[in-house]
Design a protein around this ligand. Structure first.
Ligand code: NAP
Ligand code: MG
Length: 503
């Protein structure tokens, strides 16, 4: 192997992991799918098949739910909150010890640059778990002064207990395999729930590896079960299952609506983290040295396969040309390549289908009259690479500005003083989504006023998509139901029981 090829090869540990047998994880055991089905996992940078995994069907989901239900009453339920916190902390430590292996597996099945994978494994793997481990010992109810049945003061007591909601079905997408799994597991573990996790069919390996580490960390059997499989079979069976208490879903708005329909059989609780088309508004006094790299990061992080991506830039006409030129220069210098190559700044899209979908949007953009300033085509050869693409002079009637593309396509639209904050907010809000957004200006009055007017679950000022385990995250409108992260992120995993004593 040449030195260059050597630097792109995964480590022996990763090769050994990939060459192993990838089965379902049910009740702490590695088991094949009842149907014997296998799903191929492809490296989107090389188009090679790197592994096959067992593909769960409804029978396997049923077994996993039974295991999770039993675990809810087992050792897990008798642990003290301190012991539960210790398990979660051990899990975090296991992730940190294995960052290199996890990152290589994640890079090979997803395509993201290794540096980003290693960063997120710590920040949204280990640290996210530690944040929620801290909450495990701080979940408690209230004592409430009441007077039922006309009881007098001192004759009654009502107290509330916060109980785990029960068996959680977690269904996640492929765009960030490690964070997506941890975002579901951490609050579910902290609250004492048990979980059946359905990773995306395109990226099941990271989830399987993570849950093996969770077992190594001492999380009891059956608390986390993994049913890799297809959405229409494993995902649908989980969402419909009568013994699942809650579904926590991250994915597209279209599938989110199917989850709601599937949940009606037993009225299970549902939280949804869905799509986005987030605005990024630049006023002429903004620090362009920060705006330009911020816009590039905001739009092209994970090749734009990012629900919070700032895909709609609204730039004041006075600085429009400077901003567009700066972004075009910046993206022109970005090196595309396999995530294992340390020089790669952007990886491939997840699949051939996704590349074709995104190219269809780019073609629609070219036909719409928008000005193509950078990118606009796919790379020839192996791998699903598309150049970071910039369209200027877009407007909200264009398909590329309205629909979530989930790829490296950025639309830039101008505004002027005559639009006023109302007019800017109206354009920013002209979307079915409401996930993220940002306002860039030194004027604190404009910044706070516009931040309040943007209809999104998260708005950042002079940065975009600020994420931290403690910052509540979730969508308004068709971007979702409920919030993850922070203290609020515990709520969907808890139910309240009120007990009243009359004495
Ligand atoms: P997706 O097609 O909605 O899939 C998400 C998950 O749902 C996958 O595991 C999928 O399985 C499964 N699924 C598909 N059909 C199902 C059904 N009928 N019943 C139950 N489960 C089903 O989304 P994606 O294409 O993987 O990911 C991209 C989308 O996720 C984008 O819209 C993006 O904005 C959104 N996203 C949102 C957030 C957020 O936090 N708000 C974060 C990341 C991504 P398969 O893998 O077999 O399809
Ligand atoms: Mg899908």
């Amino acid at each position: 192997m040449s030195a260059a090829a050597e630097s792109l090869a995964p480590s022996p540990a990763t090769r050994e992991y990939l060459a192993g047998e990838h089965l379902l994880l049910i009740n702490g055991e590695r088991v094949p799918a009842a149907s014997g089905e296998r799903i191929e996992v492809q490296d989107p940078a090389t188009e090679e098949i790197i592994a096959t995994v067992a593909g769960a069907g409804a029978d396997d989901v049923d077994r996993a739910v039974t295991a999770a239900r039993a675990a809810l009453k087992g050792e897990w339920s008798t642990m003290t909150s301190y012991e539960r916190a210790r398990c979660i902390l051990n899990f975090a430590d296991e992730i940190e010890k294995n960052v290199s292996l996890i990152a290589e597996v994640e890079v090979m099945e997803n395509g993201l640059p290794r540096m980003i994978s290693e960063y997120t494994a710590v920040k949204f793997g280990a640290e996210f778990l530690r944040y929620y481990a801290g909450w495990a010992t701080k979940i408690h109810g209230l004592t409430i002064p009441v007077s039922p049945m006309d009881a007098r003061n001192g004759e009654t007591l009502t107290y509330t207990r916060r109980e785990p909601i029960g068996v959680v079905g977690a269904i996640i997408p492929w765009n960030a395999p490690l964070p997506m799994a941890i975002l579901k597991l951490a609050p579910a573990l902290a609250t004492g729930c048990t979980i059946v996790l359905k990773p995306a069919e395109l990226t099941p390996l990271t989830a399987l590896l993570l849950v093996e580490l969770a077992h190594k960390a001492g999380i009891p059997n059956g608390v986390i079960n993994v049913v890799a499989g297809y959405g229409q079979s494993a995902g649908q069976a989980l969402a419909e299952h009568p013994d699942v208490d809650k579904i926590s879903f991250t994915g597209s708005t279209a599938v989110g609506k199917k989850i709601i329909e599937a949940s009606t059989g037993n009225l299970k609780k549902v939280t949804l983290e869905l799509g986005g088309k987030s605005p990024f508004v630049v006023f002429p006094d903004a620090d362009l040295e920060r705006v330009i790299p911020g816009a590039i990061r905001g739009a092209f992080f994970l090749q734009g396969q990012n629900c919070m991506a700032s895909t709609r830039l609204f730039v004041h006409e006075d600085v429009f040309d400077t901003v567009v030129h700066g972004i075009a220069q910046g993206v022109g210098a970005m090196k595309l390549g396999p995530g294992l190559d340390p020089a790669s700044m952007l990886g491939p899209l997840i699949s051939g289908d996704q590349r074709d979908r995104v190219m269809a949007y780019i073609d629609a953009g070219k036909e719409s009259g928008a000005e193509l300033v950078a990118g606009g085509d796919a790379l020839p050869g192996k791998g699903f690479f598309i150049k970071p693409t910039l369209f200027a002079r877009t407007n909200m009637d264009m398909k590329i500005a309205r629909e979530e593309i989930f790829g490296p396509v950025l639309c830039v639209q101008s505004f002027s003083d005559s639009d006023g904050l109302e007019g800017i907010a109206a354009e920013a809000n002209k979307t079915i989504y409401g996930l993220s957004g940002s306002v860039w200006t030194k004027d604190i009055s404009i910044a706070h006023k516009l931040a309040a007017m943007i209809d999104s679950g998260q708005v950042s000022i002079n940065c975009h998509a600020a994420v931290d385990p403690a910052i509540p995250f979730g969508g308004n409108k068709q971007s979702g139901w409920g919030r993850e992260f922070g203290m609020e992120g515990l709520e969907p995993y808890l139910k309240t029981k009120a007990t009243t004593v009359l004495y």
